[in-house]
Design a protein around this ligand. Structure first.
Ligand code: HEC
Length: 139
């Protein structure tokens, strides 16, 4: 029993050696998405940790295996949609992203694993409809 615990402990420590990329960059205002204050408040509260270059990295994001999961969510999140560099998208891309926001904000975003730890980021039905309306997408 003691031996098993020791082995688990050693594996846990060894896992900490594998570091993840948890970089933020300065916000460039002119590239950031422009939206009414109420929209920005929601995006910043519920989306920016994964869809901007200004993610918050809480203490547990430094501990493997959580660090691996969190860093990969942020990496994939930034790659698929980045509000901080929105103006780098072409008009066509912007239209596509707005459509995707319209679809995902209905239920799948923010990720459940995220709102489980960040209750304040979960969206009410009204906030979801509000964001959908803002995207300007017509069904
Ligand atoms: C915990 C991290 C996390 C949070 C918070 C989060 N997302 Fe995501 N999002 C992801 C990841 C990871 C992907 C890409 C992988 C996938 O499609 O599942 C993604 C994909 C998307 C996409 C698809 C982009 C495309 O072009 O296919 C949209 C749109 C999106 N998110 C919108 C939002 C919105 C709006 C919010 C806030 C209300 C939000 N997300 C909050 C992690 C997150």
């Amino acid at each position: 029993m003691k031996r098993a615990l020791l082995i688990i402990f050693i594996i846990f420590i060894a896992m900490q050696v594998i570091r993840t990329d948890q970089n933020n960059t300065a916000n460039e205002k002119e590239l950031e998405i422009k939206a009414p204050l109420e929209v920005m408040t929601i995006l910043k509260q519920s989306c920016y940790d994964c869809h901007s270059n200004q993610s918050k990295w809480p203490w547990y994001s430094q501990i493997a295996p959580f660090s691996w999961i969190i860093a990969s969510h942020v990496e994939d999140g930034r790659k698929s949609l980045n509000f901080a560099t929105w103006e780098n998208y072409s008009e066509e891309e912007k239209t596509k992203k707005m459509k995707r926001i319209y679809q995902t904000v209905y239920a799948s975003m923010p990720l459940k694993s995220y709102t489980w730890l960040h209750e304040e980021a979960d969206l009410t039905k009204e906030q979801r409809s509000f964001i959908r309306e803002w995207t300007g997408v017509r069904k």
